[in-house]
Design a protein around this ligand. Structure first.
Ligand SMILES: C[S@@+](CC[C@H](N)C(=O)[O-])C[C@H]1O[C@@H](n2cnc3c(N)ncnc32)[C@H](O)[C@@H]1O
Length: 295
């Protein structure tokens, strides 16, 4: 497993409540309407395939909102994270599969077998790690099986730090430079070829649209500022520093100075951290919902 595709359970636990409050509820409602029709036709529990499950955040968020009997297949390459996920699946049926999804590129038959009988293909916080060919292969396979696709919390490459209080000032050149270096790091190989990083939501949307899907897109940004967000904000700033230093070692001293200054502001409660994400729902069927911007 590539180190850049390895995620600590503690990091996933920190982000889970913020992910939940940031996700686009309206897309869930559209998905539920479509899936309820599908279930009326199949008369069996909904089959959900969750890619890059980690410790199970997507199931814990979506399960109660789908509000139907469900069978989840949880896929990840990290067996320890899958164990955590499987410890908390009630009241749903669930099975865990420890698999490197990178290998699906060369084995489309294996992906087809996974999708057979699936009603909803979903993932959260995954797509930016994956490559353009991988996403295209996934979209094509999903369309062949006419499954609904719900991809939540794909980073779109935007983040900004707003300083308020006595140290208030505009978005600075150092912030922009670190963001640029960090974006370059997001686009490095995470084990499945060159990662899409902030391009992920747009690439997935185009791939699904090319397969005839109807798309619904909504922003799901993190806005971090209160005491409840303190630990996640610190972990995020630390992560940006490490990634940027790895990407641009020649600028490491300046990056560390930037980090120390921003961390001090964050600890004084004088910083708002915004991280852009996009949620995407793609439906193959004829239901025509209203009230959400279609692409
Ligand atoms: C950012 S975490 C998101 C976890 C979870 N979906 C959530 O929202 O908390 C990405 C997950 O994708 C998994 N992953 C990354 N690359 C993978 C691959 N090639 N095959 C299988 N799992 C992979 C990682 O192990 C990790 O659990």
């Amino acid at each position: 497993m590539s180190d850049d595709a390895r995620f600590a359970a503690s990091w996933l636990a920190l982000r889970e409540p913020v992910d939940a409050r940031s996700r686009a509820e309206r897309l869930n409602e559209l998905a539920v309407a479509w899936l309820a029709e599908r279930r009326a036709a199949t008369r069996r529990p909904l089959k959900v395939l969750d890619l890059g499950t980690g410790s199970g955040s997507n199931l814990r968020y979506l399960g109660p909102r789908l509000a139907m009997p469900q069978h989840w297949t949880l896929v990840d390459q990290d067996a320890a994270l899958l164990d955590i996920a499987m410890a908390d699946v009630a009241p749903y049926e669930a099975e865990a599969r420890c698999v490197d999804m990178g290998r699906w590129g060369g084995r489309p038959g294996e992906l087809a077998a996974w999708l057979d009988g699936t009603d909803l293909l979903t993932a959260s916080a995954l797509l930016d790690l994956m490559s353009h060919p991988w996403v295209t292969t996934l979209a094509e396979a999903a369309s062949r099986h006419r499954v609904a696709v719900l991809m939540a919390l794909s980073v779109n490459g935007d983040w900004r730090l707003d300083i308020h209080g006595p140290a208030s000032r505009e978005w600075t050149r150092e912030d922009q430079r670190v963001r640029r270096v960090y974006r370059d790091h997001q686009a490095t190989d995470k084990g499945v070829g060159q990662a899409l990083g902030g391009q992920a939501p747009a690439v997935m949307a185009s791939a699904l649209e090319a397969c005839g899907y109807r798309l619904y897109l909504a922003d799901s940004p993190w806005v971090l500022q209160g005491p409840d967000d303190r630990a996640l904000g610190e972990a995020l700033l630390d992560g940006w520093r490490s990634a940027a230093c790895e990407q641009a070692p020649e600028a490491a001293d300046a990056i560390r100075d930037w980090h120390a200054a921003r961390l001090a502001c964050w600890r004084r409660g004088e910083l708002t951290i915004r991280v852009g994400h996009r949620d995407l729902l793609a439906l193959p069927g004829p239901i025509t919902p209203t009230g959400v911007a279609r692409r």
